[in-house]
Design a protein around this ligand. Structure first.
Ligand SMILES: O=C(O)C(=O)C[C@]1(C(=O)O)C=C[C@@H](O)C=C1
Length: 326
């Protein structure tokens, strides 16, 4: 972490959608940017202090959660999400110059990219075999290396533009033209980003197994305090079959009384609940707060309870307010 400039790790190499997400962070263009070959490696650079923060994908509007990220932040040394970034996704199919679409037998890309181009592949090169890649850019750049074992790659249009050794066989091959991927910037625990009125809070809640209805109890911590959820996913803990945790995004910031109260409730139900951060929403959509769950309503309610207890203790001291006999 040399000098004053920050060091950011990202799922690399250069040209990934993750790098495009990182470049949306205000100081990232001037910062040291370190590509990592997978999500875990990027997060490990933050954990061991060789990077200040890492940008990783968490969710795609077509393919859903990025399980490598959901699992990696749920376990190990604690990390915090400090920002989210949305990137519109469009794909091109690239090959070495001279290769035609009808020559393509094997196609490499990231698993999430392949899933988003499935229909196009079925319609245009139905017999093409999928070769998994660590990222879209890694697959595309692999074509420039003579030893690669595939004929084409699916990547971002920018990679094709920046490498004359790649020619575009087809553009806009994503099955869903409005596809968006959500990325998170993750750092070591520190002061929470400030409240903006349009925030999200992410938690990981292991499902207690000692009683029925535990999921209902978890959801009720949010519902009864007027806290809306924008994502909930179950993931196996990997310990044994049927053992799950829930990865949850809720509207609001831990600095808001109703969110703090919901977190306290989660901790009572599932003491190993992990707080992953409160941060500004990328879409800046303000959180709707029902009046009875506003900070003012919580303060008024607490003041009321305190006044009851204070009156009880004063009465007890003066001996005039003894409790009724059992
Ligand atoms: O391979 C990349 O370029 C990435 O940044 C990863 C990733 C993902 O994990 O979803 C990001 C955006 C696209 O949805 C496809 C792949």
């Amino acid at each position: 972490m040399g000098g004053t400039s920050r060091t950011y790790a990202f799922l690399g190499p250069e040209g990934t959608f993750t790098e495009a997400a990182l470049l949306q962070v205000p100081d990232a263009a001037q910062a040291v940017r370190v590509p990592a070959s997978n999500v875990n490696a990027g997060l490990d650079k933050v954990r061991d202090g060789s990077a200040d923060a890492a940008m990783v994908p968490i969710e795609n509007s077509v393919e859903g959660g990025v399980t490598a990220t959901l699992d990696a932040i749920a376990t190990g040394q604690e990390l915090r999400i400090i920002r989210e970034v949305l990137v519109p996704i469009s794909f091109v199919l690239v090959a070495r110059p001279g290769v035609r679409l009808e020559d393509v037998r094997r196609v490499s890309t990231h698993g999430h990219a392949w899933a988003q181009c499935r229909l196009w592949m079925d319609r245009n090169i139905p017999d093409a075999e999928y070769v998994p890649g660590s990222s879209t850019a890694a697959s595309a750049l692999g074509l420039l290396d003579g030893n690669c074992h595939y004929d084409a790659a699916i990547c971002a249009p920018l990679v094709a533009r920046e490498h004359p050794g790649l020619s575009v066989l087809a553009e806009n091959i994503g099955d869903n033209p409005g596809a968006v991927t959500r990325f998170i910037l993750v750092s070591r625990p520190g002061p929470l980003p400030e409240r903006t009125g349009a925030d999200k809070t992410t938690v990981v809640v292991p499902l207690p197994e000692d009683r029925p209805g535990a999921l209902m109890e978890i959801l009720d911590q949010f519902a009864s305090r007027g806290v809306n959820l924008s994502r909930i996913e179950s993931r196996p803990t990997g310990q044994y079959l049927g053992h799950y945790f829930f990865s949850i995004d809720a509207d609001g910031h831990a600095g808001e009384a109703r969110v703090a109260d919901a977190l306290a409730g989660l901790h009572r139900i599932s003491p190993r609940t992990r707080f992953l951060g409160s941060y500004a929403r990328a879409d800046r959509q303000a959180t709707l707060v029902p009046a009875h769950t506003s900070d003012e309503a919580f303060t008024a309610a607490r003041t009321w309870v305190r006044s009851i207890l204070a009156a009880e203790s004063t009465a007890g001291e003066s001996g005039s307010g003894a409790s009724p006999k059992a």
